[in-house]
Structure formats: C-alpha cells, structure tokens
Design a protein around this ligand. Structure first.
Ligand SMILES: *Cc1c(COP(=O)(O)O)cnc(C)c1O
Length: 472
C-alpha cells in the first residue's frame, strides 16, 4: 500500500489528505525541489525565466505550459557531464518539439524516438540521424524503411517479426542497419520500489530467463544486413536509486557475456534505459545524475570484473528527469466549490481551465502533483483542496490534494510544477479541447515554441459537411 492510501481520514469537520502531505508553514512560498531553477515568487506573483506568469497569461492565455529553458539545458548538461563516458539519449516521448530537439543536440545529447512523427520532428530540427535511437514494439514497415534509409544510429528490435522485417528491408535496399535487442531483465521499477521477479507479463522486450533474448541475438547475427550493437534494457520509470539498475545490469551483462561466449560476438554497446525519478511532491527525494552515474559505474565495473569481460560502451535514456521539472502548467481558476463528504468533512474543489486533456497522468497513473497560486499572495488560512479540470469525467483531477489559500477564487492563477514529461506529449482533444501552447521563458523573454491549437486545427480533420440547407 502506498503511503497516501493509508492516510485518508474522514473525522468530522477535519479533512486530512494523504499521510505525507504537510500543511506548509507559508502557503505563499515555493518548495524549491518542485520548481525549475529560475522560478521565484515576489508578493505572491510567480515568475519563471524572469517572466511573470500573470503577464504571460495576459498575453498568451491559459492554460499554458511554461518551459524554463535555462533549467532544461542545465538538466541535460548535468546528465551529459555526469555520464561523460556514456552516450546520453533524451527520450523524446517525454516531450518533443523542434526547439527542444535543437536544445538537446546543442547540449551534446542524442535523441530517442519511437514513431515516424517523433523522427520527423528530429529531422526538422536538423538532427543527425546517426545520433538517433528508434524504439517501439510495433514499428510499421514504412517506419522501418524510413529509419533504415536515413541511417538511424540504432534500431531497438522488440520481436522476431521485426527482426525478419528489418532483414527483408535491409536486403532489398542493399544496406545494413545497426540493431539493439530489447530484453526484459525481470526487474520492474515503480516509484520508490523495484521488484526483481521472473514475472515478465508485459509487451516489451525479449525474455532473458525464457531464452528468447539469446534467440533474438542469434537471429540478428544470422542476418547479413543486421549488425548487433548490443542489448537494451529499460526497467521502468520514477526510479529513485540504482538498486533496480543493479539487478538489471547484472542480468543483462550475464547475457552479454553469454552471447560472446556462445555466439562468438562481442557486442560493442549496452543501453540501460531511462526512468530516473523526479520530485512531483515533497514526498519524492530524487537522486542526482552524479550519484546515479557513480552507482551505475560501480555495478558495471564489478560485474564486468566478475564475468572477466570488458565493459561495453554504455548508454542511458533519461526523459522525465530532464524535461519534467523544467516545465509547469499555469491555469486560471474558474469555479470553487465546497463539497460535503461522509462524516461531515468538506473538500474544496478548485476547477481550472484545463485538466485531463493537458495532464492525463493523475487519472492514468494515480500520479501526485502539487500546486501554488501564481498571481497573488494570501493571508487566508489554508484549506485542503483538490484541483480539477473542466472535462466531463469525475476522474478529471489535476492535483488530488494540496493546501491552497482559503480565499482562492475565480480569476486566480494556479501553477502546477513538474508537468514537463508526459503531459503535453500525452495531451488529447477530449471534449474538443484545444491543446495548450508551450512557451519557453528565458532572461525575461517568453517565446511560443508550440502554439495553442485553434478551432481550425480541430476542424481540419473533420471532413464532414453541414446539413443541406442548414442555417448558421
Ligand atoms: C519511456 C522510456 C524512456 C524514458 O523514461 P523516463 O522515465 O522518461 O526517463 C527511456 N527508454 C525507454 C525505452 C522508454 O520506453
């Protein structure tokens, strides 16, 4: 049971949130670990990158994603420097647009894509295909053909069908493709824990324990058009220490050594995936890239020594840990409602001009977030509130529990930190919502890097015609 599940209390009149949630001493203050580097509050007004959010909203509207460029680049650079002897691939699925792909390349990182759409953005940004990794458990033939023709640096294969497909494609084009084999190491990481288990009942990867991974390597090696670069393992997300990587690395390195011994092929590389955790609330205590690097290096070195092999060149694929904390979402409060609960307690529902269409993670993963008023200071006593969206779904919750000023009212701006990863990239048009813009802020300048959708964007794909003779 997670801590917050145990913490609900419905004592009369006293609504308490999850056990970990503490009422802040100063409701107007920012909790630094949750915010990007340049976030600051003055008289209750939140600014990021030197841009005041009330002014940003006055110009660009809300809801809006606000991306702190300095913070994003600093996090990318921190991974680059801490893992200087690794290749660092930014996981584009966490958030990708042309501008951000450019920042990634400028900071010396490589990029992972997992669809033709993501690949197209990378190319549009001018990235070198040789520095891209291509993921996915069901890449189409067209996607594979394009990747091979472009000379994408590594294609991570995830099924026997895909190995066959890729072999046909390379044979018909008369070229070779560099391939990694995605394996399941029997390690599942989730939030603060990892579970090392033989349980591998999920769609990704070839099982090491069942022998499928070895067989996949054998089949790749048998294809003249495929070059087996290495094994790939990604154990999950929101991982806070290296213990899960340790178990996975041990198993993957053992297979790496077995392939060398039994199949006579020493693979030059190995990828340990992403999944490094960030702080969404005060209960999260993320590690630093430097500590993660140190832990991973130590495990690899000792395992390689034990196996009597040279270490392959390693790579990692952080997504969330780079973009997650760099972005926040700013909303305008539309309505406030007090709802009576069983036992006499009341919960304050604060509705904002967005919701599950711009942040599905609360509904999808039961994710926790925090929020702060971005437009003014308040002296009112704190109330435990729930921030909800405007969609036709009771589960349309943005922040399950947060202390907000008791005088929160329509027109106030609310900012939710840590929304950089898997929010805009998973955003939808549910209820025909227009997806919010992404606005990069830096040195007092706000720059739209993904514009807000318009009704014309929505109607562009709706090719139906109006009723004959309809009046409008
Ligand atoms: C999603 C994913 C990542 C990135 O995960 P984060 O939690 O964003 O770091 C890296 N590698 C693979 C294969 C993934 O599927």
């Amino acid at each position: 049971m997670r801590a917050h599940e145990a913490g609900w209390a419905h004592a009369p009149g006293a609504l308490r949130g999850p056990a970990w949630l503490r009422q802040p001493e100063d409701i107007n203050a920012l909790v630094p670990i949750l915010w990007s580097e340049t976030a600051a509050k003055r008289d209750g007004v939140l600014s990021i990158g030197g841009v005041s959010l009330p002014e940003l909203v006055a110009e660009h509207g809300s809801a809006a994603y606000v991306l702190d460029e300095v913070d994003f680049r600093a996090r990318a650079a921190a991974f680059r420097d801490a893992f200087s002897d690794f290749d660092v691939y930014y996981a584009g699925k966490s958030f990708l647009c042309t501008t951000v792909a450019g920042w990634i390349a400028e900071e010396g990182l490589r990029l992972d894509v997992c669809s033709d759409g993501e690949l197209t953005v990378a190319l549009r940004a001018g990235l070198d295909p040789a520095l891209l990794g291509y993921h996915g458990n069901n890449k189409s033939r067209a996607e594979l053909v394009r990747a091979v023709e472009l000379g994408v640096g590594r294609i991570v294969v995830d099924s026997f069908h895909e190995i066959e497909r890729l072999a046909e494609i390379t044979a018909s084009l008369g070229v070779t493709a560099r391939v990694m084999v995605r394996v399941t190491a029997g390690v599942e990481a989730h939030t603060h824990e990892f579970i090392a288990t033989a349980h591998e009942d999920q769609k990704f990867g070839f099982s090491i324990t069942a022998g499928d991974a070895l067989e996949a390597a054998r089949r790749v090696l048998a294809e003249p058009g495929l070059r087996l670069e290495g094994l790939h393992s990604h154990i999950g997300s929101q991982i806070f220490d290296t213990s899960g990587f340790e178990v996975a690395a041990r198993r993957v390195l053992a297979l790496h050594a077995q392939i060398a011994a039994e199949l006579g092929h020493t693979m030059p590389e190995m990828d340990l995936g992403g999944g490094f955790g960030i702080a969404y609330t005060t209960q999260d205590d993320p590690s630093t890239p430097a500590l993660l690097a140190e832990g991973m290096r130590a495990v690899i070195a000792s395992e390689c020594e034990r196996l009597g092999i040279d270490s392959p060149r390693l790579s990692i694929e952080p997504g969330r840990a780079i973009v997650g904390p760099s972005m926040c979402t700013v909303y305008t409060v539309g309505t406030v409602k007090e709802v009576a609960l069983d036992g006499g307690a009341r919960r304050t529902y604060v509705s904002v001009d967005g919701g599950m269409s711009d942040n599905i993670r609360t509904a999808l993963y039961d994710a926790d977030y925090s929020a702060t008023v971005a437009s003014r200071a308040s002296e009112a006593p704190a109330v435990l509130a729930r921030v909800v969206g405007k969609h036709c779904e009771a589960g349309d919750i943005v922040v399950k529990d947060e202390f907000l000023p008791g005088d929160i009212a329509p027109g106030d701006l609310l900012a939710v930190p840590g929304t950089g990863a898997y929010c805009r990239s998973m955003a939808s048009n549910y209820n025909h919502a227009l997806r919010p813009p992404v606005i990069a802020v830096r040195d007092g300048v706000a720059r739209v890097i993904v514009r807000r959708e318009t009704v014309d964007d929505l109607l562009a794909t709706d090719v139906g015609a109006a009723l004959e003779g309809a009046t409008r």
